[in-house]
Write a protein that binds this ligand. Structure first.
Ligand code: VGL
Ligand code: ZN
Length: 209
């Protein structure tokens, strides 16, 4: 891989893995591929979903609401989730089975009590920025590869925003798994294709220079 390539490993946290509060089906299957491809990249960063207790995205924060229902938030439609990735809890920790000692940055997101953030770049209100675009530009990265959990939310939205920020963006499908609620996987596939994000397989990386 080139020195201007970056891998973003998204939300490989206990709560998204089997046994976790918002377990992604077969989420653990990405660990092998991610650990392997991370070694191909000189530059890797991690993201970490990081919510305060009582976060707006939690169904438990709204009387009578159930997980996976949709609610109208001040900034638009919001899917309600089980409590997950609460700051400082075991579930919010990055999995110990992820072996990427050379990861250079962990970017946390979703810490605003009243705003969700699937994307590592811009929160769900679509105006609050995390600062990641500036960080990547200052460091001179050109090509951004995204993998992790979950394809139809944090991985997909991060890839869309990376592409929109002007980076050539590739999503590594076999190193990601989806939640797939109410057709969300089909929606993100359509959006990624429309935006020009390439969806590739991790085996393609061995052929990249
Ligand atoms: C995610 C739902 C809620 C994700 C985070 O990492 O894809 N999904 N919070
Ligand atoms: Zn979350």
């Amino acid at each position: 891989m080139l020195s201007t390539d970056l891998l973003i490993v998204t939300d490989v946290q206990h709560d998204f893995l089997p046994g976790g509060a918002l377990a992604v089906a077969n989420g653990h299957e990405i660990l092998g591929p991610i650990n392997r491809i991370a070694g191909l990249f000189r530059h890797v960063i991690l993201t970490q979903d990081w919510h305060p207790p009582g976060h707006l995205s939690f169904a438990s924060s709204h009387h009578g609401r159930r997980p996976f229902e949709t609610m109208k938030a001040p900034y638009g439609q919001q899917i309600l989730w089980p409590d997950h990735c609460v700051q400082g809890t075991f579930g919010a920790e990055i999995s110990r089975d992820l072996h990427i000692p050379h990861a250079e940055l962990i970017i946390r997101k979703g810490y605003e009590p009243g705003i969700d953030s699937y994307s590592a770049f811009i929160e769900a209100d679509r105006s609050t920025k995390t600062g990641l675009t500036g960080y990547l530009r200052e460091r001179g990265f050109r090509r951004i590869f995204v993998a992790g959990l979950a394809t139809d939310f944090c991985v997909g939205w991060t890839a869309l925003d990376a592409q929109a920020a002007g980076f050539e963006t590739l999503l590594i499908a076999d190193a990601s798994r989806a939640i797939d609620t109410n057709g969300s996987l089909d929606v993100i596939r359509t959006d990624l294709a429309a935006a020009g994000v390439a969806v590739i397989d991790s085996s393609n990386l061995d052929d990249q220079n």
